[in-house]
Design a protein around this ligand. Structure first.
Ligand code: GLY
Ligand code: MN
Ligand code: MN
Length: 453
C-alpha cells in the first residue's frame, strides 16, 4: 500500500519545469500540424470570457477553455489567449484589468511564463493589436464571444483544427500525467474523510463537506458536480442533491460517492461504494471491487475498449448469478439485455482537462467516427487503448426502478428473483471507479495507491 501524499506535496509543483517545457514543445508540434491541416498561418487560443446571469450583474463562475488550459494553467483568467504561429515562440496574452472590486488575475509564475513571450493587456479589445498581421490566415479557438468584433475574416473553431487537437488530447504528456497524479493525491484525503463521516452517520451534505475539507478544494473548484448518494439515491447515476436531514442509524444502508479533484485543470474521477453494515450488500461491494481490479489490470495497449466493456458485462452477470438475483447463464444474461438493466452505462471514458474528455469516438485526426458495436450502441469511448491514455474503469450494478420495470415485463423477467431485488432497492447501487494510465506494459492505476484501498 502506498502512502497518501500531503496537501502540499499534492499542490502544483515547481519541480516540473522540465516536463512543462517539453509539454509546451509537444503542443507546439500538435498545433503546427493542426494549422497545416486546416490551412492556417496561426491559431489563437482564447481562455473565454466572464458570462453573466440573465439580467443580473452577478457573473457565473469562470471556467477557462480546455484548449487554453492545456497551454498554461491560468484558471482565473478570462479574456486571455495564447497566439501560436508555427516556427515562432508562442505569445501569452494575459488580460489583467485595473480592478478594485476584485483581485485582478495574477501573472503566471516564472517557470511557466518563460516558455512564452508574455504580453499584458488592460482592456479586452487590446488583443486586436497583438494578433498576427492582416493577410495571415487565422483560426480562433475558444468561446466565440471572446472574438466578437475581432478579426472578422478569421475562422472560428474550424473543425479541421479542432479534430487534430481533440484526437491528440487523449495522449498525455509527462507534465499532464504529473497534474493528474496530483489531482488523485488531492482527492484521496477527501474520500477518506467522507468514509469516516459516513461511518459516523453523517448526512449527504455533511459527507460532502468532509470530502471538501479533506481535499482542501471548494465545491466550484471540483472538476464535476460531486455525487454523494445515500441509500436509494445511488440508483440515480448522476444524483445531484445533498440531503441535510439526519437519518436514524437503522435507516442508513449505503453510500455511493463519485467525487474528484482537479490540479491545473486536470481531473480525477473516483467512485467508492460502501455498505453501512456487514450484510449481503457488503459482500456484493467486495465482489464488485474484485471485478473492478481485474478490469483495471486488463488495461493494455491494443485492446479495443468496447471489448473490455463486453467482458465487464460477463463479469457483472456472473456477480448477479452468484448473489442470487438472476438465474441465467452469464452469456445469456448479456445477450438478453438483463445485465444492461442493472448496468446501463459504459465501462469508462477518457479523462483529462474534461471529466468526460473529448475524442472518445474519433477514428483519427480527420474527424471520422468509429462505429459503435451493435450490442452496445451508446458507449462514450470506442477507441483502441494506446500508451499515454488515461481512462476510467467504473463498473456498477444499480437498482433503478424504471429499468427493472422494463426487465420484469420482458421474457427474461421470469429468471429474476424479484423478492431478492426488492430487498436490495434500499441500497441504490454500487459503482467503483479508478483512473488508469495505459502504458506499454502493466497499467498504472492512479487511484488505488493514493487511496490506499
Ligand atoms: N463522474 C462522472 C463519471 O463517472 O463519469
Ligand atoms: Mn467517470
Ligand atoms: Mn465518476
Amino acid at each position: 500500500m502506498s502512502r497518501t501524499l500531503s496537501a502540499s506535496e499534492a499542490g502544483p509543483a515547481a519541480d516540473a519545469a522540465g516536463d512543462y517545457a517539453a509539454h509546451v514543445a509537444e503542443l507546439g508540434g500538435r498545433y503546427a500540424e493542426a494549422a497545416r491541416t486546416g490551412g492556417f498561418d496561426a491559431i489563437v487560443v482564447g481562455s473565454g470570457i466572464l458570462e453573466y446571469r440573465f439580467q443580473d450583474d452577478q457573473a457565473h463562475r469562470f471556467v477557462a477553455s480546455p484548449h487554453f488550459l492545456q497551454w498554461i494553467p491560468l484558471e482565473e483568467h478570462p479574456g486571455s489567449a495564447v497566439i501560436v504561429e508555427p516556427g515562432r515562440r508562442p505569445v501569452l496574452v494575459v488580460y489583467q484589468p485595473e480592478d478594485y472590486w476584485h483581485q485582478p488575475p495574477a501573472l503566471p509564475p516564472e517557470e511557466l511564463a518563460r516558455e512564452f513571450d508574455l504580453k499584458v493587456i488592460r482592456k479586452p479589445g487590446d488583443i486586436a493589436g497583438l494578433l498576427p498581421a492582416a493577410g495571415k490566415r487565422l483560426a480562433l479557438l475558444g468561446p466565440e464571444a471572446q472574438w466578437t468584433g475581432l478579426a472578422g475574416e478569421a475562422a472560428r473553431n474550424p473543425e479541421t483544427v479542432v479534430n487534430v487537437l481533440h484526437y491528440r488530447r487523449a495522449t498525455k504528456s509527462a507534465w499532464e500525467l504529473a497534474c493528474m497524479r496530483r489531482a488523485a493525491a488531492s482527492a484521496a484525503p477527501g474520500h477518506q474523510a467522507a468514509l469516516r463521516a459516513f461511518r459516523e452517520g453523517a448526512t449527504e451534505y455533511d459527507i460532502l463537506a468532509a470530502f471538501l475539507a479533506g481535499c482542501r478544494q471548494t465545491e466550484p473548484e471540483l472538476p464535476y458536480g460531486a455525487i454523494v448518494a445515500l441509500n436509494g439515491h445511488g440508483a440515480t447515476l448522476h444524483y445531484q442533491h445533498r440531503d441535510r436531514e439526519p437519518q436514524p442509524p437503522r435507516d442508513v444502508h449505503s453510500l455511493l460517492i463519485d467525487a474528484g479533484c482537479a490540479c491545473n485543470g486536470y481531473a480525477c474521477d473516483i467512485t467508492r461504494s460502501y455498505a453501512f453494515r456487514d450484510d449481503d450488500f457488503a459482500g456484493m461491494v467486495a465482489d464488485m471491487d474484485a471485478l473492478q481490479q481485474e478490469l483495471c489490470a486488463a488495461v493494455r495497449p491494443g485492446l479495443a475498449f468496447p471489448d473490455l466493456h463486453r467482458r465487464t458485462h460477463l463479469g457483472l452477470a456472473a456477480l448477479l448469478q452468484r448473489w442470487g438475483l438472476v438465474r441465467m447463464a452469464p452469456e445469456d444474461m448479456v445477450r438478453e439485455g438483463v445485465s444492461a438493466a442493472f448496468f446501463p452505462h459504459g465501462l469508462g471514458h477518457l479523462l483529462g482537462l474534461q471529466v468526460h474528455d473529448v475524442g472518445g469516438h474519433m477514428a483519427d485526426e480527420s474527424g471520422a467516427s468509429l462505429q459503435a458495436p451493435a450490442d452496445f450502441p451508446r458507449l462514450r469511448f470506442l477507441r483502441t487503448l494506446e500508451p499515454g491514455q488515461i481512462v476510467t474503469i467504473e463498473p456498477g450494478v444499480y437498482f433503478i426502478e424504471s429499468l427493472l420495470r422494463g426487465l420484469k415485463a420482458s421474457p427474461a423477467g421470469g429468471h429474476v428473483d424479484w423478492d431478492r431485488v426488492a430487498g436490495l432497492m434500499k441500497y441504490g447501487g454500487i459503482r467503483i471507479e479508478d483512473d488508469v494510465l495505459v502504458t506499454a506494459g502493466e497499467p498504472e492505476n492512479l487511484t488505488r495507491p493514493v487511496l490506499g484501498d
